[in-house]
Ligand binder design. Sequence first.
Ligand code: C2E
Ligand code: CA
Ligand code: CA
Length: 268
Amino acid sequence: MNTPTANHLPLNEIVREALSNQHFHMVYQPQFSVRNGELLGFEALIRCRSPRFGLVSPDLFIPYAESSGDIIALGRWITRQSLLDLQNLRRQSGLPLYMSLNISPAQFQGGDVFESVMKCALDFNLPPSAIKLELTETALIQNPELIARSFKAFQSEGMQIWLDDFGTGFASLNLLREFKIDGLKIDKSFIDGLHTNEEDFTICSAIIAMAQRLGLTIVAEGVETEAQMQILGQLGCDSLQGYLLGKPTPAEECHAYWAPVLTQRQSA
Ligand code: C2E
Ligand code: CA
Ligand code: CA
């Protein structure tokens, strides 16, 4: 089946059907430490398999769910499923893994995102440090006072907040001054040309140097080549995520990512 585009998809029907018939599932993409190569945790990414339209990209249905308000119910489901899976992944691996959740602005405005995340952390016996929240610049700009209050609530519990797609919006630097952010995810568009394009290299070095001075954790996303990985290591990036190291995978297959770490430990 060809990958559908937004124009000819009845996203309202797809999302409604998917919510009531469980067409959604979660996949998890690993993040590794640059320092020692160890698996640190996963980013939770949603998938929708519509029986009528095939696999529909989150780039299509998330914006729809945000505008329709369905993101509130969907966000609660994502949080619960991802943190339940995290509990199992931590048990199976014996590693202190974290889960990084993508949070939409609407979840702050209309929802009870703090309560629902905290309840799952409690239900699944997870320390708050095992939960990271990823927000884009747009999310921060939409309702700054409300967002700042929510950040305080999360951070006072020990959860970290990361700025996603860093560098692609209009207000990145100002936001770093106005909000207490714990980490930055450098957008894939800058990583793409890191080893071939001087401007991208300069921008990435500058972002990393600045983030280090500000004491922020730096995650590079969309790492696809060895050359990019090497440069990011030299520049002082903290963790890496990308197809080179692991694609988003259902929870049942995530053991593939910690097995090498365990083997190395056992043979040490
Ligand atoms: P994002 O948060 O920036 O997620 C990163 C996207 O890049 C993911 O696409 C991931 O599969 C893809 N990716 C990761 N490494 C590589 C790589 O090396 N090469 C390439 N070409 N791509 C890579 P995905 O899963 O299609 O998600 C797209 C967007 O949909 C996400 O962008 C995020 O904005 C949104 N999204 C996905 N899951 C959720 C969710 O659970 N909640 C919310 N609110 N949004 C979500
Ligand atoms: Ca993300
Ligand atoms: Ca991103």
